[in-house]
Design a protein around this ligand. Structure first.
Ligand SMILES: [Zn+2]
Length: 228
């Protein structure tokens, strides 16, 4: 059965996918909140600051079923590609509640939601692992490496030490915050090119691999490109 895929543009519960802090003000004297042992019901929200965007929760919103691993992985990659973790891309609002104002909802900028929905729709139509991996690599880098052309793909779990990071440039560009966001990453840690039976070269996933390494993981789930 085809998995159920929901649109980010029309999702109603997005404020559950973010962590926020509110700045509130109260005028209890004016409102007489504490008379007769009453509760404060006068707070108003002056501002809502987003502290964290939970990508995993957003994946759950778009693909509710946990079964479709490759679909969920793709949605995760698409969300990160469109940088939905940027607080600036979000809008939040408050509503009146019984105990004063509360956070009523959140939405992602319309152009970002639309881009995510479009990419998810295209990705979800792909049937083969090869098409799926290539789609995500093209999305991320804008092109496909020559060494990957004609490769078939397989998912595997391998010892971390069998994955080689060829390009020294990676090490210079490591973004500490990005690595932080990949702690306990539930999907594939990397896309690699098979060079020998137990030799894999990293193609995509430097930050994920760094996070797994720091977490002390022995083995990681990867997607292996196998040359013809
Ligand atoms: Zn009050």
């Amino acid at each position: 059965m085809a998995p159920r895929i929901l649109s980010l543009s029309t999702a109603k519960r997005l404020h559950y996918c973010i962590e926020y802090e509110t700045n509130e003000s109260r005028r209890c004297e004016d409102y007489g909140c504490h008379k007769d042992g009453g509760m404060c019901r006068c707070s108003t929200i002056d501002s809502i600051d987003i502290v964290e965007v939970y990508i995993d929760s957003l994946v759950d919103e778009i693909v509710p079923s946990k079964k479709h691993k490759m679909l969920r992985y793709g949605v995760d990659r698409i969300l990160r590609h469109h940088k939905v973790y940027e607080p600036n891309y979000w809008d939040t609002w408050s509503i009146g509640g019984y105990y004063g104002e509360e956070v009523g909802g959140a939405s992602l900028a319309q152009n970002i939601s639309t881009s995510v929905d479009t990419d998810v729709a295209r990705y979800s139509k792909l049937k083969s692992l090869k098409d799926q991996v290539e789609f995500l690599l093209q999305l991320e880098y804008g092109y496909l490496l020559d060494s990957l052309k004609g490769c078939s793909y397989r998912s595997r779990k391998v010892p971390l030490e069998q994955i080689h990071i060829g390009n020294e440039e990676y090490r210079k560009r490591v973004d500490a915050e990005m690595v932080e966001h990949y702690s306990r990453y539930p999907y594939y840690t990397a896309v690699v090119l098979r060079e020998d039976v137990r030799e894999f070269r990293l193609v995509d996933g430097y930050h994920r691999l760094t996070a797994a390494n720091r977490a002390g993981d022995d083995k990681v789930n990867i997607l292996v490109a196998i040359p013809k």
